[in-house]
Design a protein around this ligand. Structure first.
Ligand code: ZN
Length: 330
C-alpha cells in the first residue's frame, strides 16, 4: 500500500511539475498542455477512445508487425482537425512493396486550412506522421515484447506542431489558401523513402496544380535541440532568399534561425522537401538536425520518447513558423 502511495505521490508531483514548467516557461500554457497530450497519444504513452474502444498507437511504421498504428494515427489526427472545425481529405493509394512485390495502402491526410479564394495560391505546411521501424528502430525487450521507436521527435514533434498551428490559424483570414498535410511513409520502408510526399506532389503535377502552390514548409524533427548548438535549428531552403527567411522569422527571437549556405546542399534532400524542390515548388525545411554530422543520439531508436522533448525549444520554433506563415499569407 505504501508503495502504491509513493507511486501515486510521484505521479502527482510529475504532473504538477509539468504544469509548473508549462505555466512558467511557455507563452501559451493551453497549447503546450494540449501538444503534450497529443504527442503522448501518438507515441503510445496514453490511450484514446476511438469507435467506443480505447486505442493505443504502438508503432507508426509502414512495416509494422500486426499493429495498425498509422491507421489509428490518421483517425486521431482527423478527429482533432475536425473538432477544430476543419474539413479533411484522405489521399489513399496502394504502394508497391519492393521486397515482396505485394502492396500496402498508404494515406496522406490533407486538412483544408483557412482559405482565401479558389484562385489564390496555396501555402502547404507538412509533416510526416509515420516513424521508422528497422533494426535500429525496434527490438524485443527481455520479456520478449516487441518495442518500436515511439518517434516522438521524428516526427511526432512536427505532427503536434501542425495540430497546434491548426488551432492558432482557425481565426485568420489569409490571402493564400492554407493546406496542412500529414504525410505517410517518409521513413525508409519496403515502399521506398519520402513516398507519401512524392505521391502528393506527383498528384499536383498530374492535375496541373504545381504553379498554384506558392511554397511548402516542411517540419521534420523540431523537438530536441542539438547538443553542440542548443540554441539553433536548421532551416534549409531552396529557391528562397535567406534574407526573406530572416526577416520572416523575426530573427531577434531565440532560437535564431541557422542558415549555412555551404551546408544547405546536404540538407536539401534529407526529407519530404526533396519532392517539392524537384517539382520546382520553393520549399523550406525546419529541423533540429543542425548538421548531418550532429545527428542526435536518439535518432531512429527506442529512446526517441515523448518525455525527452524540450517543449520550450519546440514552442519557440512553432511560434516562428507561425510568424512566417502569417507573413507569407497576409
Ligand atoms: Zn526519420
Amino acid at each position: 500500500m505504501r508503495k502504491v502511495f509513493e507511486i501515486f505521490s510521484l505521479l502527482v508531483f510529475l504532473k504538477l511539475t509539468n504544469c509548473f514548467i508549462c505555466s512558467s516557461v511557455y507563452a501559451n500554457q493551453a497549447d503546450c498542455i494540449e501538444a503534450i497530450k497529443h504527442l503522448e497519444i501518438i507515441t503510445g504513452v496514453r490511450t484514446f477512445a476511438y469507435l467506443g474502444e480505447e486505442q493505443k498507437i504502438v508503432d507508426r511504421s509502414v512495416n509494422q508487425r500486426g499493429f495498425n498504428g498509422r491507421g489509428v494515427t490518421v483517425h486521431y489526427l482527423e478527429s482533432v482537425a475536425q473538432q477544430l472545425g476543419y474539413k479533411t481529405d484522405r489521399q489513399s493509394w496502394n504502394a508497391r512493396m519492393r521486397s515482396s512485390g505485394g502492396s500496402i495502402e498508404l494515406t496522406n491526410l490533407i486538412v483544408n486550412g483557412p482559405a482565401a479564394s479558389t484562385s489564390a495560391p496555396t501555402l502547404i505546411i507538412g509533416a510526416h506522421y509515420d516513424s521508422i521501424n528497422s533494426d535500429s528502430g525496434s527490438w524485443m525487450d527481455r520479456h520478449g515484447r516487441y518495442r518500436a521507436t515511439p518517434g516522438a521527435d521524428d516526427n511526432g514533434s512536427g505532427v503536434v506542431a501542425l495540430l497546434t498551428l491548426l488551432k492558432r490559424f482557425r481565426s485568420i483570414a489569409p490571402k493564400l489558401n492554407l493546406q496542412i498535410v500529414f504525410f505517410d511513409a517518409e521513413e525508409p520502408s519496403p515502399t521506398g523513402v519520402f513516398v507519401g510526399s512524392r505521391y502528393f506532389v506527383n498528384h499536383l503535377v498530374k492535375n496541373g496544380k504545381v504553379t498554384s502552390v506558392k511554397m511548402a514548409i516542411i517540419l521534420d524533427m523540431i523537438g530536441r535541440p542539438s547538443r553542440l548548438y542548443p540554441d539553433l535549428y536548421n532551416l534549409s531552403a531552396d529557391k528562397i532568399s535567406p534574407s526573406f527567411l530572416i526577416e520572416g522569422l523575426s530573427a531577434k527571437q531565440a532560437p535564431f534561425p541557422f542558415i549555412r549556405e555551404s551546408e544547405q546542399k546536404d540538407f536539401i534532400n534529407i526529407t519530404d522537401n526533396q519532392n517539392f524542390n524537384k517539382a520546382g515548388i520553393p520549399s523550406i525545411l525546419v529541423t533540429d538536425v543542425v548538421s548531418l554530422r550532429d545527428l542526435p543520439d536518439h535518432y531512429h531508436t527506442v529512446r526517441d520518447r515523448a518525455e525527452f522533448i524540450d517543449w520550450r525549444y519546440w514552442e519557440s520554433i512553432v511560434n516562428q513558423v507561425e510568424n512566417l506563415v502569417r507573413k507569407i499569407a497576409r
